[in-house]
Every structure is written in C-alpha cells, then in structure tokens.
Design a protein around this ligand. Structure first.
Ligand SMILES: [Zn+2]
Length: 265
C-alpha cells in the first residue's frame, strides 16, 4: 500500500506497549502492525511550512521556512526556552493572543529517564504525550506551576544538576540510568531556589512506559531524508519519534516535519 503527505510528528497512544500512528496525507498508518515487515520511505524534495503552509524545497527549522522561523509564534523563543516567556507580563514576542493561550496555562517540570535522567517542561495536559515523544522509559512530575515562565525558571535551576536533552543514541541503545526516579524526584527539591520551592510536588507518581521495541543491540546510524533520498528495510521497533530498522538504521520522524514523504508499506 502507498501513502504520501507532509510529515507530522508521530501520534503515540499510551497503551502497553505504546501504539504509534503516522498521519500521512489522508491515511493514518498503525505502525505497530508494520513491525517485522518491509517499509519504504522516500523524500519527494518538497516540504510544507507549518506556519505559512507554502511549499519549499527545504525548511529551515522546527517545520518552518526561514521567514516563519524568525516571525511565527509557532517558533517563538519560549517554545525551546520556557524561561523567555513574557505573556504573563502582557508582553508580546510575536503574537500575544497566541502566546497567552500557550503560556498562561498550568505547566509541569518533570524528570524523565531515557538512557539518563533529564529535566524538562511541558504543559500539564501534554505530559504523557511529551514523555512518549521523548522515548522515556520512566517519568515523574516534580513541580506544577500556573504558567510556562515559572516552570522555565525551575528548569533553568535544575539544568545545573540534570541534562535537559535526550541522548537519542543512549535511549535507542536501551541504556538504563539505574537511579531510583522517585528518590531522585524528592532529592531534586533541594535544588529548587527558595522562591520557587512552593511549586514542588512531593506526591508525584512514577509513570512507566513500555515501547514496542525489543532489545536493539545494533550499531545505530541515523538517516536523514533530503532531496530524493530513501530508506527501505524491515521495521524493527518504535520508540519516541523514531522508527528503528532491523539493520541498525533509525529515522527521527519529527525532524522531518513538513517534508512530503512517500510511504510504501
Ligand atoms: Zn513559512
């Protein structure tokens, strides 16, 4: 069967194991049912900017063309750096109404383990999605705030003790950080600055997440589809936003956001 369309991030549904869907044009592909089968992906050399919806040969960053990356609220500074949020002050970065909707809602700071323990920020209603997208095996909320800015300030402090990046190679290699996550969550309270400690959540429950991916002991190489390049092989597993092929090649679907890909499955 065939499908073609702009790449969206994979949809992960919290089941055991996580059920993964790819929206491709008019089709929704259930990727778990393709594991063990041959999958072919080819870049068409065309991409659609998620902000202006115009077509380009290539996008700049975050699924946007260069102009939109620097001007659209979909790529505003606070998306990658929550501490730069200004909507709580009524100050516009790119579009205040959009920023108010996005920033002025409950956020959480969490610890997640995907090869190593990292700290992150997300909207309260996005926690499971965020953890699944990152391929986290375990995660726990350590603070809840009323807006994005406050959560960002806590994250900045905790970055002195925990990475804020997922190490995708460790994650896909099934490396495990042996530390007890609930104990680490309690310990993290000591790292909060005094004026932010009121947001600490002492009763966070560890969420375990099981992905549809057996032990992957291959030498991993990451594939990026550009121009007219393609990848074909047996789909081995699914974790986060990655498809893992049986020969060790992996592809991060989210990093192809907006690119029109052709799928044969
Ligand atoms: Zn654009």
């Amino acid at each position: 069967m065939f499908a073609e369309g702009p790449t969206c991030k994979l949809l992960n549904a919290l089941k055991s194991p996580v059920q993964v869907y790819a929206e491709v044009g008019e089709h929704v592909l259930h990727l778990n049912s393709l594991i063990g089968k041959s999958l072919f992906l080819k870049s068409t050399g065309i991409a659609v900017c998620k902000s202006c919806l115009k077509k380009f040969e290539d996008l700049f960053r975050m699924g946007c063309c260069k102009k939109c990356f620097f001007e659209s609220p979909l790529a505003g500074d606070s998306i990658l750096r929550p501490e730069l949020s200004t909507a709580h002050l009524g100050i516009e970065d790119r579009n205040l109404e959009h920023e108010k909707l996005f920033q002025l809602q409950p956020h959480v700071v969490y610890l997640a383990e995907a090869g190593h323990i990292k700290v992150g920020v997300t909207r309260l209603d996005q926690i499971n999605n965020r953890w699944m997208d990152q391929g986290a095996r375990r995660a726990i909320v350590i603070a809840q705030t009323s807006n994005r800015f406050e959560a960002g300030l806590i994250e900045v402090e905790l970055k002195r003790f925990y990475s804020d990046k997922t190490n995708w190679r460790k994650m896909l290699s099934n490396e495990i950080d042996g530390r007890d996550l609930e104990k680490e969550a309690i310990k993290s309270q000591d790292f909060f600055p005094d004026h932010l400690r009121k947001y600490f959540k002492s009763n966070g429950k560890e969420q375990e997440i099981l992905f549809d991916c057996s032990f992957f002991d291959k030498k991993i190489s990451s594939v990026i589809l550009k121009g007219k390049s393609e990848i074909e092989g047996e789909l081995f597993g699914l974790r986060g936003q990655y498809l893992l092929f049986a020969d060790g090649r992996v592809i991060n679907i989210r990093s192809h956001e907006g690119q029109i890909l052709f799928w044969k499955y």
